[in-house]
Design a protein around this ligand. Structure first.
Ligand code: PHE
Length: 357
């Protein structure tokens, strides 16, 4: 009867022979098993409490260049028969490393949640969008209306001299508007003042340019006056058209167009005779307005044919050219448009008011 030798006995025998003839390789095997055991101790004792610990663990143990991979590299060099023991130990180590890592990450995450005290249930911060100021809205609307029919915007200095603000515009030497009571003088000796109207821009334009001139001059103006309907600083938009054969009816036509564009097609309009030193004839224009259920006429602008003296003062021949001028207060238009009762509201920067437009 033949004696059969089972596979395990064969391997064991082979190992013994192997160890006998290749003691060096056998030592590598023992060495690796020891190394794996040491690393298992190291892994077990590793403190994984902070994100930094996790990083360190990855760097030294579990990462691409960590010790676990080094061991696997060494493992490749072991001959077939030796692989069994080392492979088993190595796999156990691998599982240990993975467990340790997962535990560490889970711990750090719970720590983080505790440290983050942000209350995510609070409502978000509201973004407040800016609004355009009602005066700007109206100013730009007025400019747009006149630009559409060929008027050009001209601007000029707010600090003026007496000549451009008064004399050139035919104000008599002792006209009350030149009084300290009405006008803010910056330097009374040299008659430097804050312009009381933007008609001074019209003077400057006439001096510089040849007709035809068709301009509007929006801007800030100053008068010593203050109550619910007057402010010491306010805004005007004045207009001027000079050419050959310009008539009063041309002016009425343009102003009707303006009122229809701004207040609506059905707006009632009337002209009243008036007086300005720089226009002749002069008029004031009213629009029909319902206040507390009652119809009322409200003045919205002054106008007239440019006085020949003004044309002469500005170097334009009144025998060749005629023209009309008009001027309106932007605050007045704004108060009518939005039914604002006190002019001071538009300057106070109260958001409850400003954000309504
Ligand atoms: N300049 C005048 C004012 O400020 C307005 C106006 C302009 C009147 C042009 C007539 C013609 O009151």
């Amino acid at each position: 009867m033949t004696k059969t030798i089972d596979k395990d006995t064969l391997i064991e025998g082979f190992q013994q022979v192997f160890n006998l003839f290749f003691p060096f390789l056998y030592r590598i095997l023992i060495f690796m098993l020891e190394e794996i055991a040491q690393m298992a101790d190291l892994v077990r004792s590793f403190d994984l409490k902070t994100p930094m610990d996790i990083e360190k663990f990855k760097r030294e143990i579990s990462g691409k260049n960590g010790q676990l991979n080094t061991l696997f590299e060494q493992f490749k060099g072991i001959s077939g028969d030796q692989k069994k023991d080392v492979g088993k130990a190595l796999n156990e180590l691998k599982i240990l490393v993975a467990q340790k890592f997962e535990e560490g990450v889970a711990f750090v995450e719970t720590q983080n949640v505790k440290q983050d005290e942000t209350d995510y249930s609070l409502p978000g911060r509201t973004l407040h969008f800016g609004k355009r100021h009602p005066l700007n809205l109206v100013n730009e609307e007025v400019i747009g209306i006149f630009e559409r029919i060929g008027f050009q915007v001209k601007e000029g200095p707010e600090i003026e001299d007496d000549w451009h603000n008064f004399s050139a515009l035919n104000f008599a030497e002792n006209h009350p508007a030149r009084d300290m009571q009405d006008t803010f003088f910056v330097n009374s000796e040299h008659k430097i003042l804050l312009r009381t109207h933007t008609s001074s821009v019209q003077v400057r334009t006439m001096l510089k340019e040849k007709p035809p001139i068709r301009i509007i001059s929006p801007g800030r103006v100053y008068r010593c006056d203050s109550d619910a309907t007057h402010s010491p600083v306010f805004h005007q938009c004045e207009g001027l058209y000079i050419d050959k054969g310009v008539s009063f009816s041309d002016m009425k036509d343009v102003l009707f167009y303006f009122v229809k564009s701004f207040f609506g097609n059905d707006t009632k309009v009337r002209f009243r005779p008036s007086y300005f030193p720089f226009t002749e004839p002069s008029a004031e224009m009213d629009i029909g307005w319902i206040v507390n259920g009652k119809f009322k006429w409200m003045e919205i602008l002054g106008c007239g044919m440019v006085d020949p003296n003004v044309l002469k003062n500005c170097g334009i021949d009144p025998d060749e050219y005629t023209g009309y001028a008009f001027g309106m207060g932007i605050e007045r238009l704004t108060m009518l448009r939005y039914k604002i009762s006190d002019i001071r509201l538009v300057y106070e920067n109260d958001l409850r008011f400003i954000s309504q437009f």
